[in-house]
Design a protein around this ligand. Sequence first.
Ligand code: GP9
Ligand code: MN
Length: 426
Amino acid sequence: SADDLTRLQSYTKTKYAEPNKQYFGIAKEKNIIKIHLESFQTVMIGKKVNGKEVTPFLNQLATGNQDFIYYNNFFHSTGQGKTSDAELAMDNSMYGLQQGSAFSLKSDNTFQSLPAILNQKQNYSTSVMHGDYKTFWNRDQIYKRFGINKFYDATYYDMREENLENLGLKDKEFFKESIPYLKAEKQPFYSHLITLTNHYPFTLTPEDATIESPNTGDKTVDGYIQTARYLDESVKQFISDLKKEGLYDNSVIMIYGDHYGISENHNEGMGKFLGENITPVNFMDLQRTGLFLKVPGIKGHVDSTYASQIDVMPTILHLVGIDAKPYVIFGTDLLSQKHNQTVIFRNGDYITPTFKSVNGTVYDNVTNEPVKDKQILEQAAKIKNTVTTELEMSDSLMNGDLLRFYDNKDFKKVNPADFQYKNGTV
Ligand code: GP9
Ligand code: MN
């Protein structure tokens, strides 16, 4: 009801983090290119197999010496909706559902999404590109509610058999064929490119496998190392093409992992690869999926701020010079002095820069041993309450479709009938 909306708004208002004056509007009118890395976990950064780096290109970006800010304590906020939950969090600053995928179950809801706001406030053209068919995850329905103008799905790409691997188009081919579509977008554009090859069960043809298998005895982990390398090479190729085509300098570029690729079922193989025993506590440490952010006018560096996917929308809004205040947003601007560093997971666990809560027990981040200090435990109990409240708020927003009651003078209601995703002709 409208009362629930009022409750929700009074909660999100207290979380609002005002923009950092130094950066507000610094990326005004820049293109925004969003590169979604399927199943990428930052534990791969710096790792080697027989002396060879798994992700040499991303490793360079992660030094902070390139143009990118590397957020090394950036986590995913996804649940059962996997890729779709990551997309939801990034574009709406909210959580997925406790069960199932909001893309599938809540696609009739009203949203006030980042793409729609960018389009309404600053005339951005918005698009998604992906080498799979448009109905997967119900994307062709929910994207209309997000106000996404164009959806370049598999029908826009050369899907001949030799170009495919696992669920769809191979990433290198996908990025190559996406370049002309990007060039054709009216600037400034907001374009979201979703990769696919680094996906369970992590298969690859021998020609595409350019790093040796680590031979952990677990096929999934072994495959993951090789598809992660393939992903790394495909991103390298894409960034170099963006430079060639003159799309690099005038664009904000964000690169992020969507969710874990290696589940608890593979703790043994993963543990063997990492040379450590994986417990439920350090499994949380592996939920870092990373954010690499290039903003024209901000020098690359490493930033150890704790954050998650829900923090991206307010960050982008402020970078292009739109105040996040009038919107219902759970995350906080990464560059704000008031950024909130408690990272909330969909299952109610959380992590802060110093301690984490896993399944109700609080652990120290340095030792991963249970915390005994009373003061910290008291602090942790308070945080746990906020975590519960926040997830309840997000659920009530979703389940009550609360944004339909929000008459926002800074937002024109999106009419899904205005959007149609025609098939491509490739
Ligand atoms: C499919 C893709 C995979 O189009 O984005 O989704 P996932 O299985 O990772 O949720
Ligand atoms: Mn995914």
